[in-house]
Write a new protein. Structure first.
Length: 631
């Protein structure tokens, strides 16, 4: 039997793992995922009843969801239609006879939702978080990260071969000859290999402050002289932007002029044809839906595709997720739980202020700026107060096909996204629905969000001890608060704008401590892959701060138990996963694996060492001088 003192995570979760079963259509099971599976079961049973006309809420938006869900779940109609609904988009791309013809139609294609290779978005300005501006990204690469393209990465060629095999199968459903399919994939793969040298790696993209490269419009458009960006955005936005933020600077300064060029037209067209063929695979025949997902399942080691019932629910719900979340919260989230969690957030913020006062490595000037930021944090608990305005516009037209309705919904979302440009940021908008088991901190809004779905056992239960609740949801809440002061959040002020609010000496002291966190995780094994300490540092710093803050809050309660606190923390991170999935996450995920989030973090705390009588020579021992506390 594993001793707590040698492997805390295994001692707490080992017996559970012996009997835990990963669903065949999923790559992982565990704390978060178990809750998600329960919610999935509830939503499937509920929406099945709605499909049968039983208990449909008297709500226009949910009534349209049910109508759309019925279309998605009509597999007989989908089989009869075959791939015909997707052919107009393929034909629209095939008819483009030159690069010049293509660029003249980019704006039209963008508004219609057709593939157009225009990697732009609208998001808050880092220097003025109150206003939305234009951002220039880069085209996507095929493999999960640029590291897969490195010569010593054995998985890269293997995954690329699997991707090609999947795409050969997908394209085989459409009116392409074998020669055309080979030509399309040859060109796409060749261009992808070039592109991978210029786009950001996941590690590079994880450092937010380094992504801010503002360009005046004139200087930016000169980077891709063959792409008529001024005319394109006059059409899309109604006027020419004065600036654009360029996080993918290397792509735009070194490769965009070659990528968006008449000389690259054949490769671009191949990519557009491939994108058009893949645009509706989830909406066409079920065989195509399953075959198109083969590469994704191979990436995660998932042996089986979702069944038709689940696939139909998830596809239909994607356009109505916030509305379904409100329904869930109304059914399952009590006012008592909302009030209790709001009180916990307030408590944790107060604890944070007191802990800041004790950080002797901070000067008073920096400390006061940090407290100002804490005071400005807004917390959204349970569910949003309103739905996005797009939801009321999603009205199913029974005279149109499934694909036509899906395109109409997509066009509503696209128009809404572009309408945000040069407008104030809507700080009431949520980035996830209330029935999602997750939480987040938004550094540009200085906002923490906790959907109703995560506010239940094992994270939170009014029947659990206060220490168990603080070790669960308390640590999660404090984790999100800590993101305000992680390696990314530390660069943004109380209004969410990029600002250097630290003294030089204090920031250097902060970096010394975060470098220690990098070192604690870097190179550790996870299912045969190596953890990247730099990629995961922001989440690891947030875990460390969250544990420290929630622990102090728990210690103030009459029923405080260090054992209950740390055992609860280990329990919420339990997981059983497929090796392929964990190996992929090691390359792309900013979070460390659940076992390491437990075992690497808890020995930093004297309270853990003392409560479980960990001593030198034990697996969980860490010398006092090596224990890190930042916040």
């Amino acid at each position: 039997m594993v001793r707590l003192q040698d492997d805390f995570y295994e001692a707490i979760n080992g017996e559970w793992a012996k009997t835990a079963v990963i669903p065949d259509d999923k790559p992982v099971t565990g704390g978060f995922m178990d809750l998600n599976d329960g919610i999935e079961k509830l939503m499937l049973e509920t929406t099945d009843a709605w499909l049968a006309g039983q208990g449909v809420p008297e709500d226009g938006i949910l009534e349209n969801f049910v109508a759309f869900h019925r279309m998605v779940a009509d597999y007989d109609k989908r089989e009869a239609d075959g791939v015909k609904p997707a052919l107009p988009w393929i034909e629209a791309i095939a008819e483009l006879d030159s690069f010049e013809d293509f660029v003249q139609k980019i704006a039209q294609f963008e508004k219609e939702g057709k593939p157009n290779d225009l990697p732009f978005s609208v998001a808050p300005d880092f220097m003025d978080a109150q206003t939305n501006v234009l951002w220039a990204e880069a085209p996507s690469i095929i493999l999960p990260d640029t590291t897969y393209y490195e010569a010593d990465n054995e998985k890269g060629p293997e995954l690329l071969a699997l991707w090609r095999q999947t795409q050969e199968t997908v394209l085989g459903h459409f009116p392409f000859t074998k020669e055309q399919i080979k030509d399309i994939l040859d060109k796409v793969i060749a261009l992808d290999a070039q592109l991978a040298s210029y786009v950001l790696s996941r590690e590079e993209g994880s450092e937010y402050a380094k992504l801010y490269h503002p360009y005046s419009w004139d200087k930016f458009v000169a980077l891709a002289p063959d792409l008529p960006l001024t005319a394109i955005f006059e059409d899309i936005l109604g006027q020419v932007p004065d600036k654009v933020i360029v996080p993918e600077e290397r792509f735009w300064t070194e490769f965009a002029s070659l990528y968006y060029s008449p000389n690259n037209w054949e490769a671009l067209k191949a990519g557009l044809l491939l994108a058009a063929a893949n645009s509706f695979t989830s909406y066409l025949t079920d065989d195509l839906r399953v075959e198109a997902g083969a590469y994704g399942r191979a990436l995660s080691g998932t042996p089986q595709a979702m069944d038709k019932r689940k696939a139909a629910y998830y596809l239909a719900s994607a356009d109505f997720s916030q509305a379904l979340g409100l329904w869930y919260a109304d059914e399952k989230f009590s006012p008592e739980a909302k009030a209790d969690v709001e009180a916990k957030v307030a408590t944790m913020i107060d604890v944070y202020k007191e802990r800041l006062a004790k950080r002797d490595w901070l000067q008073e000037e920096t400390r006061q700026q940090a407290i100002t930021k804490l005071n400005a944090i807004t917390a959204h608990i349970g569910y949003p107060e309103k739905l996005p305005e797009t939801y009321a516009k999603k009205i199913v037209d029974p005279n149109k096909s499934l694909v036509e309705n899906a395109i109409a919904f997509d066009q509503i979302a696209i128009a809404h996204s572009w309408s945000k440009w040069n407008q104030p940021v809507d700080r009431s908008e949520w980035h996830m629905p209330a029935h999602m088991v997750n939480a987040y901190y938004d550094p540009q809004q200085n906002q923490i969000v906790f959907p109703a779905a995560i506010l239940q056992a094992p994270f939170y239960d009014l029947q659990q001890s206060s220490s168990a609740n603080y070790g669960g949801i308390g640590a999660v809440i404090a984790h999100e608060i800590s993101h305000a002061f992680d390696t990314n959040g530390a660069s943004f002020d109380e209004n969410g704008s990029l600002k250097d609010w630290w003294t030089k000496e204090d920031y250097e002291a902060f970096q010394e401590r975060t470098d220690q966190v990098v070192a604690q995780f870097d190179g550790l094994d996870s299912y045969g892959a190596k953890v990247n300490g730099k990629l995961t540092v922001s989440e690891n710093v947030a875990d460390l701060g969250g544990l420290a803050c929630a622990l102090e809050a728990a210690q103030r309660e009459a029923d405080y138990s260090a054992k209950a606190y740390f055992e609860s923390f280990a329990t919420i991170w339990r997981m059983k996963a497929r090796p392929e999935y964990m190996q992929m996450l090691a390359s792309v995920d900013v979070h460390a694996p659940g076992k390491l989030r437990t075992n690497v973090q808890v020995p930093n705390f004297d309270a853990f060492i003392d409560a479980f009588e960990v001593s030198e020579g034990d697996g969980m021992w860490r010398k006092p001088e090596d224990r890190i506390i930042i916040w």
